[in-house]
Design a protein around this ligand. Structure first.
Ligand SMILES: [Fe+2]
Length: 226
């Protein structure tokens, strides 16, 4: 993640400030959500910068804009409108960016990266920029921060921390709606294999290793076998 400490070229840095302000204004219109706040957009952009270091041919401005605006319309996971959230975000981002004077020839690239970032939209990422944004967003679901976000989201949806007697689901089907810990196996463990870039996959594997270790330690404490 060392790439994040490099100063941004002035044009990108100026846009980063404008985009952060635009995202903050959209967040102010929604209810508070600690898993999808401005710090999430900043981390996704930092993840993307780490990936951009491996893919210098990608358009960094398109990636930057999509990172800050990908969750512009935030629909909770258990809401039936969830699958349209990324399409709505893409449309709104196009409007807001055009109003700010963003380059018109880059708007379609930003909109595609936003639309394709989400699982539920099922839109294949067809550009390098979209692949980077998708990986960068998914990386924020892994590792220590991903773990904190997982329990935060589960708490908002009313899930239990884990199954009382069988936290590792040895003798029952996984159910991440009922048990937060199950989400590591139902979804997060699959993320490295779904990464769109080699650099994203390498980072995802490192972050998943931490979650796998956590899951075993949690189960040992939970069942009194630590
Ligand atoms: Fe996101």
């Amino acid at each position: 993640m060392q790439a994040t400490t490099r100063p941004l070229p002035p044009e990108l840095d100026a846009w980063r400030h404008r985009l952060a302000a635009l995202a903050a204004a959209a967040l102010a219109e929604q209810g508070p959500d600690g898993a999808h706040d401005l710090t999430h957009f900043e981390r996704v952009w930092r993840n993307a910068q780490a990936l951009l270091a491996h893919y210098p041919q990608a358009d960094a401005l398109v990636v930057l804009a999509a990172c800050y605006l990908h969750d512009l319309v935030n629909v909770p996971k258990d809401d039936p409108r969830r699958s349209s959230a990324s399409r709505l975000s893409a449309g709104l981002a196009r409007e807001r960016l055009a109003a700010l004077g963003f380059r018109a020839d880059k708007l379609a690239g930003v909109a595609h990266a936003i639309e394709a970032h989400s699982f539920s939209a099922a839109v294949p990422a067809t550009t390098l920029e979209a692949r980077i944004v998708q990986d960068a967003d998914r990386l924020d679901g892994l590792g220590a921060v991903g773990l904190a976000r997982m329990f935060y989201i589960a708490g908002r949806m009313g899930s239990a921390l884990a199954h009382g007697a069988d936290p590792l689901a040895r003798g029952r089907p996984l159910d991440d709606k009922a048990y937060a810990l199950d989400h590591i196996d139902t979804k997060l463990a699959r993320l490295p294999g779904m990464m769109q870039t080699d650099a994203g996959r390498a980072l995802a594997e490192r972050r998943l290793a931490m979650l796998t270790e956590f899951r075993a330690a949690f189960a040992a404490e939970w069942t009194g076998k630590d």
